[in-house]
Write a protein that binds this ligand. Structure first.
Ligand SMILES: C[S@@+](CC[C@H](N)C(=O)[O-])C[C@H]1O[C@@H](n2cnc3c(N)ncnc32)[C@H](O)[C@@H]1O
Length: 166
């Protein structure tokens, strides 16, 4: 998709990817645990071993009525499908605080054709179009970073929906 949200940059060398599957996932999780342990801040990290959608729904329910809770930073680098990226972004966006940074990986991924359901870019562009005016673009390239300029809107109950109307 080429449009106003296309960052206008082309070409990126192929990023070698580890094979997926059980072995790859287990190895990646071990690396993740090692990296977290090496920071010495493991007690501040909470891991949800779920697909993104149920995990995000769980977090959204936990945040309801807890105005101090919300994301300051979001990094989207899970599924490469455009629709999954769009869903992950939309859910995370609602839970992000005003001023939060949101980063999309793989905007210029070259392992699938742009504009297809198999490429993240369509989902990222769709998200940026729907939320036009609600963010500032900080950087745009293989990764896209935006800063949120509006507050949270969980949208889980009529009470919170009503407060948006007044
Ligand atoms: C592109 S890799 C990135 C992994 C990690 N950020 C890194 O750079 O090493 C995507 C990872 O997300 C997992 N994944 C894919 N779709 C997912 C989803 N819907 N929810 C949660 N994880 C997902 C994949 O199994 C894979 O481990």
């Amino acid at each position: 998709m080429v449009g106003k949200n296309d960052c206008g940059q082309t070409g990126h060398p192929a990023k070698p990817r580890e094979e997926d599957g059980r072995g790859g996932r287990r190895a990646r999780f071990k690396t993740f645990q090692g990296n977290i342990a090496s920071t010495g801040l493991g007690d501040r990290v909470r891991v949800l071993r779920e697909f993104s959608m149920p995990a995000l729904v769980q977090l959204m329910k936990e945040m309801e009525g807890q105005s101090a809770l919300g994301f300051d930073f979001v990094y989207i680098d899970g599924s490469h499908r455009a629709d999954d990226v769009l869903m992950d972004a939309e859910m995370a966006w609602r839970m992000a605080k005003n001023g939060a940074l949101l980063v999309f990986d793989d905007y210029e991924w070259n392992q699938a054709r742009e504009g297809t359901i198999s490429h993240p870019k369509g989902g990222i562009d769709a998200f940026l179009t729907v939320h036009d005016g609600e963010y500032a673009v900080i950087s745009c390239g293989y990764q896209v970073m935006i800063k949120k300029l509006v507050g949270q809107r969980l949208g889980l109950s009529f009470a919170s929906a009503d407060s948006q109307l007044s």
